[in-house]
Design a protein around this ligand. Structure first.
Ligand code: SAM
Length: 284
């Protein structure tokens, strides 16, 4: 039995993905967009040229497409990949219909485990993208995704990968032990967790890609109380499942109360990764 089958992928509830969508959209770095537009134009994709072809890996309900499609001009064809058929159908139903300049956007759904994706699957794709995905992958899945992207000669933009760092205002003596326990929980089943961005940068670098990283912190409480309450329950719950001794009793209740009273600030650090094939314009 593989390590991952002993620790199956958690279910991602549509309600949770909806609750975080606005914070995700605000957090994603916009600095990668200009180099990406230049890259796409160099491949002959975009405004006044052929449609941009994008594969959104681990699309969930489609939050990345709703964020990115209206930021790029020209016609677009999206391939939406996920293993969860319910999430996939929501993504297909809620893709934007037009791009930044009003050109048509189309989408096709692909029910698929990314561990088996190949360059042939991505043939003709200009951009592989994914959001809140990399940290869930195992090294083998990451390698499959990176090789598939390299096989297609396309760029990749992975947004909102956790980096294992959370800041609380005010801090609490138990924060470091909980952070460490949560990070270990994320690495269960051989998943990359907070090591994902470094691992992805290394794999794409070995494949000859230029690797660019951008900070994309989630700014939660005091502005986003419902999201922060849900995040706190999940974060503390996972940490204590990993190490029941990581915090003294009452930590969660104390933090929930501080959040509800507007007395807590939370920043959850993430990184966005843009990788561009060197000499990438020669893969139409
Ligand atoms: C945290 S959710 C993020 C969803 C969406 N990208 C977003 O930003 O809202 C991770 C998604 O990746 C999908 N996923 C994770 N591992 C996968 C795999 N090996 N193959 C296909 N989909 C996967 C999950 O089903 C889930 O929809």
């Amino acid at each position: 039995m593989s390590p991952v089958s002993e620790n199956p992928l958690p279910a991602f509830e549509p309600d949770w993905l909806a609750l975080r969508e606005e914070a995700d959209a605000d957090a994603r770095a916009t600095a990668p967009l200009d180099p990406l537009r230049v890259h796409l134009a160099g491949r002959g994709a975009g405004p006044g040229a052929r449609p941009v072809r994008v594969a959104d890996l681990g699309c969930g309900t489609g939050s990345q497409g709703r964020w990115l499609a209206p930021k790029l001009s020209g016609a677009q064809k999206w391939l939406l990949y996920d293993v969860d058929p319910g999430l996939l159908s929501l993504a297909g139903a809620h893709m934007p219909l037009t791009s930044a300049d009003g050109s048509p956007v189309g989408a096709r759904m692909c029910l698929r485990d990314l561990g088996s994706i190949t360059g042939e699957d991505l043939a003709g794709v200009d951009l592989v993208t994914g959001s809140a995905l990399l940290d869930l992958l195992t090294p083998d899945e990451l390698t499959a995704v990176a090789r598939a992207a390299a096989g297609a000669g396309c760029a990749a933009l992975f947004t909102l990968s956790v980096v294992g760092r959370v800041e609380f205002f005010p801090s609490d003596p138990d924060d470091p032990a909980l952070t460490e326990a949560f990070n270990r929980h994320q690495r269960r089943g051989g998943r990359l967790g907070p090591d994902a961005v470094g691992a992805a940068g290394a794999v794409f670098g070995e494949l000859g890609y230029r690797v660019l990283t951008f900070e994309s912190p989630w700014r939660l409480c005091p502005e986003r109380v419902p999201l922060t309450l849900a995040w706190l329950r999940g974060w503390v719950g996972a940490a204590l499942e990993q190490d029941p001794e990581a915090a003294a009793g009452g930590y969660l209740e104390r933090r929930l109360g501080e959040c509800e009273r507007g007395e807590l600030g939370v920043v959850v650090h993430h990184t966005d990764l843009l990788v561009l094939p060197e000499g990438g314009a020669d893969h139409p």
